[in-house]
Design a protein around this ligand. Structure first.
Ligand code: SF4
Ligand code: SF4
Length: 183
């Protein structure tokens, strides 16, 4: 299984929330789950799509530890629920950056409204905390800045990146370049 396939990003202590998944099962599709040898972008064989996990009581630890931002952040609007937006957000533990993993069946979902405007506004708030927002379609990463998307290209969530400011006829822009994690 390729290491650049997006893994399920887990938290050591998933937090409690009043929200529930309901008919959403999007995280059971978009991520690679090593415990199940499940490929990213393919439905888990244990998933009853739009219903839930068929082995819920025996699901792997990776699944138990997944911390979905939409579930945790009750300020996120209903249309950002992953089954509607087609983007699953998680917090990368090492950096607290937000990573959005897009359903490969709807690879342009993040470029539509209200999502693109919402992502730019969200990135502006995160920057005040020295955090970043990245969108992944498969392993292809795009950094979201308040000015708009900045392509990075194939990268693993464990990789870093450097951001360089540029100045164009349209004003300030950015270039982002992957820095391999060495793992
Ligand atoms: S993506 Fe979030 S809301 Fe959807 S099933 Fe997974 S945990 Fe629940
Ligand atoms: S084991 Fe269950 S919770 Fe884990 S990916 Fe499969 S269907 Fe989802």
């Amino acid at each position: 299984m390729s290491s650049v396939q997006p893994p399920l990003i887990t938290a050591s202590t998933p937090t409690a929330s009043a929200r529930s998944c309901g008919t959403c099962t999007m995280c059971c599709k978009v991520y690679r789950i090593d415990d199940l040898a499940k490929l990213a972008g393919k439905w888990c064989p244990h998933c009853a799509i739009a219903q839930g996990c068929k082995i819920y009581d025996d699901r792997p630890q990776q699944c138990r530890a997944f911390d979905c931002v939409w579930i945790q952040d009750e300020a996120m609007a209903p249309d950002w629920k992953p089954e509607i937006s087609k983007i699953v957000f998680s917090v990368y533990p090492a950096t607290r950056f937000i990573y959005g993993q897009v359903d490969p069946g709807s690879p342009f979902a993040w470029q539509k409204e209200p999502y693109l405007s919402g992502l730019k506004a969200w990135s502006e708030r995160l920057l005040q905390e020295r955090r970043h927002l990245l969108i992944f379609v498969g392993s292809n990463a795009t950094l979201i800045m308040p000015t708009g998307p900045v392509p990075i290209g194939p990268m693993s969530p464990a990789d870093g990146f450097v951001i360089r400011e540029t100045f164009t006829a349209k004003g300030k822009d950015y270039v982002a370049t992957r820095v391999a994690s060495g793992r």
